[in-house]
Write a protein that binds this ligand. Structure first.
Ligand code: ADP
Ligand code: MG
Length: 378
């Protein structure tokens, strides 16, 4: 844990009442299907964001982040409503709003989840604040409640139309497992994901690319899925089989058909991934990752040259499988590699990026880690 308690005293003049932490995440497989009521299979990474909070006896909210040069933002609790302009503090303010907090507080944020790298630093931030507030004020929200409330904060307060996956895994993950999450009812199953004992490692490659298409591109993909659902008169793409999709092709535009094909095949790949993980068949898992990438690249059109380069270079260097993760148009890719090949895989990806004159990528590795938790009470 960073020395957030000492820094809190320096910034606010008293010790925090509570400190909570929440991790970022990587989605092993099941991309762009959380908003289609699908199954996803993410895991929490070891990097976490911490929130230290103290109750005030007025209605002021003061907040600062070590990742934002420690500048203190101050606001009256009554002004914290959707529409209030702001920067990064809109994420924690959104949580304060969605949880219905009625007392002033001081908050300090510090953490290691890389920002904007597709590892969901936004969910880590929301979930550490929500976990701390839930315990501090004895709100009694379950983890499912907190997932919906933090998603609401990001959707309605920050204005990002994200699905429910990131917050769910940041809150519910168990160490050593991936989380099979049914996005329709938020039911979960913890699936052992023990790469290390098989001599493998999951390399995370942050391409450092952020293509400006991101926001519009995401909304457009969701709109295509909604349009297919409306045209076919089904509750969600979860209810669509590949056969039905093929026989309904004439009712859809070519784009809608491709978007729906990604969703339907990706949902099947998630269930296949669970099966192969239960058998520790990592070679088959690698193939599923490759198929997922091809589907996101060709049918869903959310990859980009940097992500394709990271995937192709990892595979050429001997990875068992690789794919883009997250919303796309930049962000990170993952590669399932032999743990003894880490250095050479990194070198190969770095060289491929340099050859194409892309910005140098960053690399992380992580074992599946624990979800949000209270780590100190004052
Ligand atoms: P991702 O979730 O993939 O990291 P997003 O764009 O969804 O990318 O969220 C990143 C944003 O979340 C940052 O630009 C910042 O506004 C906010 N954020 C996340 N972590 C922190 C932090 N530790 N301190 C301040 N702001 C943060
Ligand atoms: Mg995010």
């Amino acid at each position: 844990m960073p020395d957030i308690d000492k820094r809190f005293v320096q910034a606010f003049g008293a010790a925090p009442d509570i400190i909570a932490a929440a991790p970022g995440r990587v989605n092993l497989i099941g991309e762009h299907i959380d908003y289609s009521d699908g199954f996803v299979l993410p895991f929490a990474i070891k990097d976490r964001t911490f929130a230290a909070i103290r109750v005030r006896n007025d209605r002021k909210v003061r907040i600062t982040s070590m990742q934002r040069r420690n500048k203190v933002v101050e606001q009256n609790l009554d002004a914290i409503k959707p529409g209030l302009k702001g920067e990064w503090e809109r994420y924690p303010f959104g949580v304060i709003w969605s949880l219905g907090i009625t007392s002033g507080i001081d908050i300090m944020i510090d953490g290691h989840v890389p920002l904007g790298a597709g590892l969901s630093s936004s969910a880590a931030l929301e979930c550490c604040v929500a976990t701390a507030l839930n315990h501090l004020f004895s709100l009694g929200n379950s983890l499912e409640d907190l997932a919906r409330l933090t998603q609401r904060a990001e959707n309605e307060y920050v204005g990002v139309p994200c699905g429910i996956m990131d917050q769910s895994v940041s809150l519910m993950a168990h160490s050593g497992s991936a989380l099979l999450l049914d996005c329709r009812d938020l039911s979960t199953r913890h699936i052992a994901f023990d790469v290390a004992s098989s001599g493998l490692e999951l390399l995370i490659i942050d391409t450092q690319a952020h293509h400006s298409l991101t926001d519009g591109g995401y909304a457009e993909r969701r709109a295509s899925c909604e349009s297919v659902v409306a045209k076919l008169g089904i509750p969600s793409l979860r209810e669509l089989s590949l056969n039905q999709l093929a026989s309904s092709r004439g009712m859809l535009t070519e784009t809608e058909f491709m978007r729906a094909r990604h969703a339907v095949t990706e949902m099947k790949r998630v269930m296949d991934a669970v099966e192969v993980l239960e058998k520790k068949d990592f070679a088959s898992l690698g193939l599923l990752l490759n198929q997922s990438h091809a589907s996101l690249r060709d049918d869903y059109n959310v990859s980009c040259p940097e992500l394709n380069c990271a995937v192709d270079a990892s595979l050429a260097a001997g990875a068992l499988g690789a794919r883009m993760v997250g919303g796309g148009f930049g962000g990170s890719a993952i590669a399932l590699i032999n743990a003894s090949h880490t250095t050479q895989t990194i070198a190969a990806v770095e060289k491929a990026f340099a050859d194409k004159r892309f910005k140098a990528p960053r690399f992380f590795t992580s074992l599946p880690s624990q979800g949000a938790e209270v780590i100190q009470r004052g």
